[in-house]
Design a protein around this ligand. Structure first.
Ligand code: ZN
Length: 287
């Protein structure tokens, strides 16, 4: 009996800190958002990420086991333009009525979905707007402000810490924008060729032009491949960017046809700052 009571007390004690953490839980849709929350909240909140590393946020389906952590969250910070977010919203209404759902794209001028529609093709993705807002520092400043406001509302006891961390983060983002501007200032060829068109907002901010190998969110048809090969020749493009979670075979095929090189990037990496600079270095290498 004594032993049983002991076990009971141990269980009770080990449960307590967990419960405490759960109160300060926020959910985010993708990993780079965890980086943004961490910059502002440090270790004052626990972050639950819905789309696991290696999965695509365009077609990921949240597992039933993930609903628990989502339901425990005080706030869900959405990118705001992802299909999975809409699909989940209605389910959540029954599970956690008190959770605030915040659209982090609020205030951003969205870019229309980057898929072509000129051959009478259907849109493969039902995302009306391009969701890749986290890949441009200008947009990340707006995401950060929406994140700050949500955190201050959810956890007002920490508002002064959040606000000073936020100010520091914004200064850092401005410095990143300047560094990117500088690195790309000498770039003569401002056309980028990419498998999955994730850089529309980045391209808008830094005056580049993005061309995608994917067509309607699907593998390119022979006809589209041919168009891209011709364009790449015309525009003297030798680099083909591809995100690490995609099948590289089409990019490799294209690289052979244009005597180019496949360059792997990871826009869903946790370390946003490192990643955005890595992408920049790789683009700057394009002659
Ligand atoms: Zn994407």
């Amino acid at each position: 009996m004594k032993k049983l009571i002991y076990v009971f007390i141990v269980i009770l004690l080990s449960c307590q800190p967990k419960q405490k953490e759960a109160i300060n839980m926020v959910s985010v849709s993708i990993l780079p958002q965890k980086y943004f929350v961490d910059q502002i909240a440090g270790n004052l909140v626990q972050v639950n990420v819905l789309v696991p590393p290696g999965s695509s946020p365009h077609n990921y389906e949240v597992l039933p086991s993930q609903m628990k952590d989502l339901a425990k969250s005080k706030v869900w910070l959405q990118i705001g333009l992802l299909t999975l977010e809409d699909a989940l919203k209605s389910k959540l209404a029954n599970i956690n009525k008190n959770m605030a759902i915040v659209n982090c794209s609020e205030g951003i001028t969205p870019i229309a979905g980057s898929e072509h529609n000129d051959e009478g093709h259907q849109h493969a993705s039902n995302e009306a707007f391009d969701p890749h807002i986290w890949l441009a520092p200008a947009e990340v400043k707006i995401i950060a402000k929406n994140t700050l406001d949500a955190l201050v509302t959810g956890f007002p006891q920490h508002s002064s810490t959040f606000k000073s961390n936020y100010t520091r983060f914004i200064t850092q983002i401005d410095s990143i924008s300047q560094q990117i501007d500088q690195k790309l200032s000498q770039l003569k060829n401002r056309n980028i060729l990419i498998f999955h068109p994730a850089l529309a907002y980045y391209a808008r901010q830094f005056r580049l032009s993005q061309m995608a190998l994917e067509y309607n969110g699907k593998e390119p048809s022979p006809r589209h491949m041919k168009e891209i090969v011709d364009l790449a020749h015309k525009q003297n493009i030798h680099l083909i960017f591809i995100q690490k979670e995609f099948d590289p075979s089409f990019a490799q095929q294209l690289s052979r046809e244009i005597e180019g090189k496949v360059v792997i990037i990871d826009p869903l990496d946790y370390n946003w700052e490192k990643q955005i600079m890595d992408i920049t270095e790789k683009i700057a290498a394009q002659k």
